[in-house]
Write a protein that binds this ligand. Sequence first.
Ligand code: URA
Length: 221
Amino acid sequence: MSGGFEELDTRSKTERLAELAEQAKSCSACSLSRTRTNVVFGVGNPEAPLVIIGEGPGQNEDSTGIPFVGRSGILLDECLKVCGITRKHIYICNVIRCRACQYEAGRLQNRPPTAEEAKACQPWLEQTLQIIRPLVILCLGSPSANAIIHRNFRMSQERGQWYESKYARHTMASWHPAYILRMEGEAYSNAKNDLINDIEQARKRVILARKEPPKTSLFDE
Ligand code: URA
């Protein structure tokens, strides 16, 4: 800061995100850094008006370094496609950027992030969102809604509702694809339709939000 004006960073969002992703590769803020294969930073368009935030990388993501490439990712891509959206239109990242897992019945199984892990990873999420400055955020699953919307978010009651968050004027949460994949029959179809509807609402919200006057850090309270 000088004379009340912020220093202007003239680098593109792509350059700034790439630098941040590079820094994240050596993060050791929590113990997940000891077991990860790759930091799964994020993927997509740094200029995207819509950011989707999941929970955390699973095994496939850990081994490739790319978010949502396993079964959940296939379902997410399918739902996005129904709304005419591809990964080039959006940016996708997670609450935590290293895989959280534990041994169950002799196998390594994914598990939700602990509050400490989410907190340790929060600076990467915040800086990512500060660079992208999305118009709309869609959180997938409770850990994401808790980190972005509010700490006591109840998916069964608050899914599909719009909130203003610290990170975007328009923020909503929907079912996580992994949760949908655990369902069967009508419950599966209903939850999948909810996710498709919520993505479509997010797409329409981007169109509306583009017509709103922009907030700038210099001249707005
Ligand atoms: N689930 C998530 O929340 N994120 C991923 O990247 C993959 C699965």
